[in-house]
Design a protein around this ligand. Sequence first.
Ligand code: THU
Length: 140
Amino acid sequence: MNNQTIESLIETAMQARKMAYVPYSNFAVGAALLDGKGDIHAGCNIENAAFTPGICAERTAVSVAVSKGVRNFTAIAVVGGAVNNQPAEDCFPCGVCRQVLMEFCPPSFQIIIAQSPQNYRIFTLSELLPHGFGPDNLSN
Ligand code: THU
């Protein structure tokens, strides 16, 4: 992934974050998922008065892409923090999102944890979900 791709992913995640519906946590997250063709699928977190139905930005992005028939991904950028503020912390995907990424992404899948296009760190899925359980465990 070149610097320009990383920057576009982070900027797309920052734009998506502005759409976050977070009246309960006031913690807004945006995600931008890069597919194998170079297209980007964005998502934000969407909370709910009943709490449990709330969905994270990463899973929104996966749902958007899979609903368009896309299942092949190479990277995701995640930007999160207190709503209406510039991100001032690293926002790592929750355990459920790591598991959902495991369903569609290879161990080398890149997870960009960003506060801005100039301030980010990159991890692989296998670093954030070592020894995960995935589709390969059920193929027999
Ligand atoms: N959240 C995400 O959308 N992604 C993450 O990586 C961490 C947490 C959301 C869930 C909830 O709406 C809010 O942030 C606070 O947990």
